[in-house]
Design a protein around this ligand. Sequence first.
Ligand SMILES: Nc1ncnc2c1ncn2[C@@H]1O[C@H](COP(=O)(O)OP(=O)(O)OP(=O)(O)O)[C@@H](O)[C@H]1O
Length: 461
Amino acid sequence: MALDILIVDDERDIRELVAGVLSDEGYDCRTAADSDAALAAVDEKRPSLVLLDVWLHGSAMDGLEVLDAIKVREPDLPVIIFSGHGNIDTAVSAVSRGAVDFIEKPFEAERLLHLVERATETERLRRENTRLRENQVQGDEFTGNSAVINAVRATLKRVAGTGSRVLVTGPAGAGKEVAARLLHSWSSRADKAFVIVNSARITPERFEEELFGEESDGKLIRPGLLETADGGTLYLDEVADMPLSTQARILRVLTEQSFVRVGGTRNIGVDVRVVSSTSRDLANEMEEKRFREDLFYRLNVVPVEVPSLAERRDDIPTLADGFFARYATEQGLRPPTITDEAMAALQAYDWPGNVRQLRNVVERTIILTPRDKLEKIEVEMLPEEVLGGKHGGNGGVGAMMGAPLREARENFEREYLTVQIRRFSGNISKTATFIGMERSALHRKLKLLGMVERKPGDGKK
Ligand SMILES: Nc1ncnc2c1ncn2[C@@H]1O[C@H](COP(=O)(O)OP(=O)(O)OP(=O)(O)O)[C@@H](O)[C@H]1O
């Protein structure tokens, strides 16, 4: 979605000029000629940025008053001030009253674009953070009752109150962030911010500004994520993606509990609990000299591993039920029931994208299925990736048609049993009960089929 910029200036030429420059760069622009129109525009729809003239001839309020009124309505909405030659002082005071920057008229288009880009980058991150937060509010509890998830939950509970640093590891989409939020919510910092530093999404050039904030001549231009997280939890997502130079500075923050803003000299104290996550092998990153060993030891005070979904298949029914109920409700429908066959297919699949992929598959199933069929989820409604993909899918009847009956039956039995055993995470007794065989008979069968001792994922026969 294009960022929406509100341009407030009493001079029509300026409004049109600025709108032209910004529209060419893909921004959506609205304009207002006086204070009333400006505030009405903000009330109508929160813009991503306001460019505001300090001097508004013929208006009920001047630029600074409009700034104050905007800040009351939308404290986080960035405002850049246009100042004329004679009123730089006013512009500076606007910055101390909450404007992110000012630009003196006449200005070059390039300078304007640079400032706009800088101001909206924060907005982009803010949106991202809000979006993630909103997603969570919808109720991403740390669902699951498998033994491994219960163990993770117990560890989180134990360390939540201690303030120790925690390093959450596990594959992408497994729920590292959900785990970190749970830890935060159980800690004494729960009513303070949970701030995400997405190391992979912030460009290395902007990393330090984002983290430490900026100041000029001793004045705050904008706070960084560290300051925003003061008193709360700072979540360093995918910490292995952090540039080495920033790793050195983060290390200093952790040691000293203080930092210096970009462009500043003063030490600013912060009280943050750092929780980091990685889906990469940090030992390997350290070996390759891409990750600082001293930082690793600082971050990894308490390691918590969130296992892949394939390692806790017994959580799939609860997770799937929860996601089906959520997405059906969003469509104004009742939570559907899921047939045993459909659930078995979900449990048999390998989920390389883990819980995130399961959530997406459920959402897609709900969207792609006609509404009148959504009371009961049948196996055919599930997407092809789950039914026929290479991860845990089966070859289908078609693949068996070229074989004599005996061989086809054995092939079928092999596939059937592989899926069922996987579904019960390799537990032969549970599998036997489910498929209606004696445990010893199942053992014999597996031996006959050359499948003895085969556990999910180990690939050996
Ligand atoms: N235990 C869980 N209960 C409910 N929802 C979960 C659970 N684990 C993960 N999710 C869902 O899966 C999505 C991915 O989870 P999350 O972002 O925590 O994973 P991650 O391990 O941090 O992934 P990445 O490393 O890719 O950022 C979340 O948006 C959430 O909806």
